[in-house]
Design a protein around this ligand. Structure first.
Ligand code: CP
Length: 311
């Protein structure tokens, strides 16, 4: 079924997810060629509407759109009429009048991309909304895991950290469960919600969580900007209890586990410096795969797009 928007992972079927992951592979293969561009979205316009800071998502969407030959406009929120009090609705109506084909939106308010999608004919892609969803992050995480485990059914992923405020935890655990992966959460009791998705083990003790035998440990960024009260005694204490210290990295290395993090990393909080040289760290793979997956998403939402074959 053709879709206009990509707003979350929960509403995608397993077949749609598998299709998007399959379609990402030929786009990744394109990166090894001397010409990394295809004319798939020639003549289409993409508008980047980021109300929150971003390095990876913003730049990889821009690169993805350009590699598909689309025209990209970066909407400069800080210098727009939004600073003069213009509402999001008026902003979207103005952008709609420009007949843009795609709006890629990041906003601190959960549900805002969905609201924009209902107001515009453009395809809206959620690039992260509040603590709600980050669907393209989930897709790139699943793609990265599938590169290591082509059939990930029954594999175990331990997600560590600030689950409560994390749209990444929400979307990535949803996609992994749809693919038959076992997911567990580890973090301070104050940051691991007791309610929420079923079939997710919850741990507050690092040793107990590692005894669950994960194949992948997935660290989340501690989102200080979304914490208006103190959820743990100090960052130092957090690192001691839940961070990947030098000693824990050694254990992870001995056990041959993969390590992931969506970025940006709080060095010395979630991860010690030595993780950057860990041979089974997939952090850079996640960044590279983000471009391929976002190309697949942009192409998938194009009206009348057929299965991609770059051969
Ligand atoms: N993972 C992620 O969303 O990173 P950015 O905030 O840099 O886009």
């Amino acid at each position: 079924m053709a879709r206009k928007d990509l707003l979350d992972i929960a509403s995608l079927t397993r077949d749609e997810i598998e299709l998007l992951l399959d379609q990402s592979a030929p786009f990744k293969e394109l990166f090894t060629r001397s010409v990394k561009k295809v004319p798939a979205l020639k003549g289409k316009s993409v508008l980047m509407l980021f109300y929150e800071p971003s390095t990876r998502t913003h730049s990889s969407f821009e690169v993805a759109a350009k590699r598909l030959s689309a025209d990209v406009t970066n909407f400069d929120v800080a210098h727009s009429s939004i600073t003069k009090g213009e509402s999001i609705r008026e902003t979207v109506e103005t952008l709609q009048a420009m007949r843009t084909d795609y709006i890629i939106v990041r906003h601190g308010r959960s549900g805002l991309p969905g609201m924009i999608a209902r107001q515009t004919k453009a395809s809206v892609i959620n690039a992260g909304d509040g603590a709600h969803a980050h669907p393209t992050q989930a897709l790139l995480d699943a793609f990265t895991i599938k590169e290591k485990f082509p059939d990930p059914t029954g594999k175990k992923v331990l997600i560590i950290g600030d689950i409560l405020h994390s749209r990444v935890a929400r979307s990535t655990s949803t996609i992994l469960k749809k693919l038959g992966v076992h997911v567990a959460y580890l973090g301070p009791g104050s940051l691991v919600p007791k309610t929420g998705p079923e079939n997710i083990r919850r741990f507050t003790d690092y040793r107990e969580a590692m005894a669950w035998s994960p194949d992948v440990v997935y660290l989340l960024r501690v989102q200080m900007e979304r914490q208006d009260v103190q959820f743990f005694p100090s960052l130092r204490e957090y690192h001691r209890l839940y961070g990947i210290t030098d000693a824990r990295l050694e254990e992870i290395r001995q056990r041959g586990l993969y390590l992931m993090h969506p970025g940006p990393v709080n060095r010395g909080v979630e991860l010690c410096d030595a993780v950057m040289d860990y041979e089974r760290s997939l952090i850079n793979d996640q960044v590279e795969n983000g471009i391929a997956v976002r190309m697949a998403v942009l192409y998938w939402l194009k009206p009348g797009a057929e299965l991609i074959n770059l051969k």
